[in-house]
Write a protein that binds this ligand. Structure first.
Ligand code: CP
Length: 296
């Protein structure tokens, strides 16, 4: 049994082994299906999700597990039940793993200290979203073979993005160059110390990238007036068809979802020939099958 609380703490060889296992979990792959037969995976989602929750559910069910889907809405959280009480009560029903998403950074780490089953972080606050980074790296690896020598440009609301942080750790560990680009107020301090190159000059950065990952403008976390409006952001940092023309031939467009169409990403680019956005989603099931296999 092992937790997946973040990319931090996982060595390169361990990440590569997990991605190799995910290959075997692709449709038609060599992985055995019922390895979780007789086990239960509990999804604990204190925040909304479409992709991550359904993907973990699909991964668990296709490995033979039963899935308990718990969401904060309709639960005793409304009566004041704490995170730890909720997690320990769910654990008492006997799951092999708890997959948890929470608005507070560190929530999965706290839960992991108080339960005996595996804890998998499905996104904690602005901290990490490790399964997203793994499926992103997996998608790139399937296109490129390896990440060494490749440049991934991550654009947008880096400040609030757990996806950006996990991707930076994962892509750097696997040998890629990572460039972060956005308005100054959405670029947190410390990115260079984590190995990123940082720029506010999108038009100069685009031609260097082998993949461009657009991030959602997280308006629900932007409580201060110094953040750009959606209109300003779209004008200065949105990936429009004209900007996509500046990309290398063959460079890929990614987005973890959900997309603010017409804000960080124009619909024509999101749905265009360069886009691997739905491949990311499809690959997420194989990657999460590998995560559940390794952790339970
Ligand atoms: N990428 C991602 O975390 O999407 P959801 O919020 O829909 O799970």
């Amino acid at each position: 049994m092992r937790h997946l609380l973040g990319i931090e703490g996982w060595r390169r060889e361990e990440l590569e082994t997990l991605l190799d296992r995910a290959e075997a979990h692709l449709p038609g792959g060599s992985a055995r299906s019922p390895v979780l037969q007789g086990k239960v995976v509990a999804n604990l989602f204190f925040e909304d999700s479409t992709r991550t929750r359904t993907s973990f559910e699909m991964a668990a069910k296709t490995l033979g597990a039963e899935v308990l889907n718990w969401t904060a809405q309709g639960s005793s959280v409304s009566k004041g039940e704490t995170l730890l009480d909720t997690a320990r009560n769910i654990e008492a029903t006997g799951p092999a793993a708890i997959v948890i998403r929470h608005r507070s950074s560190g929530a999965p780490h706290l839960v992991a200290q108080h339960v005996r089953c595996a804890v998998i972080n499905a996104g904690d606050g602005t901290h990490e979203h490790p399964s997203q980074a793994l499926l992103d790296a997996f998608t790139l690896r399937r296109h490129w073979g390896k990440l060494e020598g490749r440049t991934v440009l991550i654009i947008g609301d880096i400040l609030h993005s757990r996806v950006a942080r996990s991707n930076l750790l994962c892509l750097k560990a696997l040998g890629a160059r990572v460039v972060m680009c956005g308005p100054p107020t959405l670029l947190p301090v410390g990115l260079e110390e984590m190995g990123a190159e940082v720029t506010t000059k999108l038009d100069a950065a685009l031609p260097e990238a082998d993949a461009v990952m657009c991030l959602r403008l997280q308006l629900e976390r932007q409580t201060e007036s110094f953040f750009p409006s959606t209109r300003e952001f779209s004008r200065l940092f949105g990936l429009t068809p004209a900007r996509a023309e500046r990309m290398k031939a063959g460079a890929l467009v990614m987005h973890p979802g959900p997309i603010n169409r017409g804000v960080e990403l124009a619909p024509a680019v999101a749905d265009g020939a360069r886009s691997v956005i739905l491949e990311q989603v499809a690959n997420g099931v194989a990657v999460r099958r590998a995560i559940l296999e390794v952790c339970t």
